[in-house]
Design a protein around this ligand. Structure first.
Ligand SMILES: Nc1ncnc2c1ncn2[C@@H]1O[C@H](COP(=O)(O)OP(=O)(O)OP(=O)(O)O)[C@@H](O)[C@H]1O
Ligand SMILES: [Mg+2]
Length: 338
């Protein structure tokens, strides 16, 4: 059992409309409604590895019933803390002709201190039943930015490894608690390093700094270009995804983290963790939606994944990528599809 924190769970509504225009009336050609949030994506992706997951976080209002029902239908176990305010809805409007997207994300609920306390008390009880914990995504308003640091410490007390994917202050403040593994993307790594990074050389230095500060293993993903992992044990590994048709890579990072978590839960080392993660990231890119792929997609991708030492990869041609700090469009927290 893997316990996943999805503090900012919500509902993603995706509308496909013809000739979307401001100020006009539209009937969507198709629409989809799904429970969203990075942690929920991770939990969904875990299913493709046959791993069982319990998901906690905050949900409120009518959306709460929908989110919990969807998770149950997906074979996941919801264990959310009920809150007084309504969970957020994120709307993604896709113009059918241009494929341009318009995103409208609600700010989301305000969580009270006593609701946060309920989560603090629930976390150790969930950890007791789990082999490891995953914390992914942002937090709603009212949640202290030190929450992830506290939850990492509680995981250490319970003797359970904890994997983290967060950004900015939530990430920065969790680092002193020494998460066992951090998985972020190249843009997030630049922000935590506080400088632009050339991938992979500059990224490698920044990962080493994270490990020196107490993180067990630090992994950076850079989309199609691949990923790089550095561990406190001195491993430096490079993983390259197979070539797949790209139907949308939003959620590939969540899929990657799920692959890493599933491999770790199965007792595998960093090389296999990155292999499973890379296969899951590619499986997500080749399928529509965020983390809606099946086990067969992962099985299809696994043989094409290459994992090697960084030294070996540096001898070959690594496809360069640059984070372009400050210039990159932020990806929405919602798992809306491209
Ligand atoms: N187009 C693609 N083809 C094959 N593999 C991909 C593709 N895009 C991503 N991947 C794999 O998935 C991994 C994670 O992707 P990415 O770096 O985009 O994560 P991310 O930015 O954290 O995404 P998100 O936060 O939306 O989940 C990559 O390192 C790569 O291995
Ligand atoms: Mg990500």
């Amino acid at each position: 059992m893997i316990v996943v924190l999805c503090a900012n769970a919500g509902i993603d509504r995706t509308y496909e409309v013809d000739n979307f225009a401001v100020g006009h009336y539209h009937h969507p050609r198709h629409y989809r409604v799904a429970a969203g949030g990075k942690g929920i994506n991770v939990a969904r992706a875990l299913r493709a590895f046959g791993a069982r997951a319990v998901v906690t976080g905050f949900v409120g209002g009518l959306a709460a019933q929908f989110i919990q029902r969807q998770l149950l239908e997906a074979g996941l176990q919801p264990a959310f803390v009920p809150i007084g305010e309504e969970s957020r809805v994120c709307i993604n409007i896709i113009d059918v002709q241009s494929r341009a997207q318009t995103q409208v994300d609600e700010v989301g609920p305000l969580v009270t201190p006593s609701e946060v306390d309920v989560l603090r008390r629930r976390w150790p009880r969930l950890l007791a039943k789990a082999n490891l914990a995953v914390i992914s995504g942002s937090v709603p308003r009212g949640v202290p930015l030190d929450l992830y640091a506290e939850l990492v410490e509680l995981a250490h007390e319970a003797g359970k490894p904890v994997l983290l994917d967060a950004r900015d202050d939530l990430l920065r403040r969790a680092l002193p608690a020494r998460p066992d593994l951090v998985k972020i993307n190249i843009h997030e790594l630049e922000r935590v390093a506080g400088r632009p990074l050339i991938f992979p050389t500059g990224a490698r230095e920044a990962l080493k700094e994270l490990v020196a500060s107490g993180v067990g293993t630090a992994i950076v993903t850079a989309g199609r270009a691949g990923s790089l992992g550095v561990s406190a044990a001195g491993l430096e590994l490079w993983a390259e995804p197979p070539e797949v048709p790209n139907l949308g890579a939003v959620g590939s990072g969540d899929a990657y983290l799920a692959g890493v978590a599933a491999a770790m839960a199965a007792g595998r080392g960093l090389e296999e963790q990155m292999r499973w993660g890379t296969a899951a990231g590619a499986a997500n890119a080749m399928t529509l939606g965020a983390c809606l792929f099946e086990r067969t997609h992962v099985q299809e991708c696994l043989p094409g994944v290459k994992v090697m030492s960084f030294a070996e990869a540096a001898g070959q041609q690594i496809q360069p990528a640059q984070g372009q700090m400050g210039l990159t469009a932020e990806r929405s927290e919602s798992s809306a599809e491209p």
